[in-house]
Design a protein around this ligand. Sequence first.
Ligand code: ZN
Length: 162
Amino acid sequence: MTDLRTLYQEIILDHYKRPRNFRVPEGATCKADGYNPLCGDQVTVYLVMDGERVADIAFEGSGCAISTASASLMTEAVKGRTREHAEALLERFHDLVTSSSGSGAAEPEPESSATSSEVELGKLEALAGVRDYPVRIKCATLPWHAMRAALRERGEDRVSTE
Ligand code: ZN
């Protein structure tokens, strides 16, 4: 258990120190901002949509270790996936960080079972520990909410990268 926790902390620290996809992508088709006043985290998520596929995803901003690591891990998990997959991942991630430990392990999920069985959290599990720190949950979910807002823009606004 301790080893797992240490591994998780290392993943978070690694992604905080060297965030992946921390940039403004070329030809971004949509973007959205997120702000978490509780902590002061600010994030802008950029998407390059190719039809229903997220061809590229990146972010910039400034925030705490949790929000930065969450954004970085999110971009890795979502890049190259479909919009549907990204939304399913968001739901699973949200469950991960909001469900209290030990409960709901075998709860049926009638509405999302079809999609959630196809998405794997992988390294995102490293952020599971925030559910024990309610103040941190918004830090972890902030970039995800920004991504969803960007996805739902449906590429109508072309973001200037200049
Ligand atoms: Zn934060």
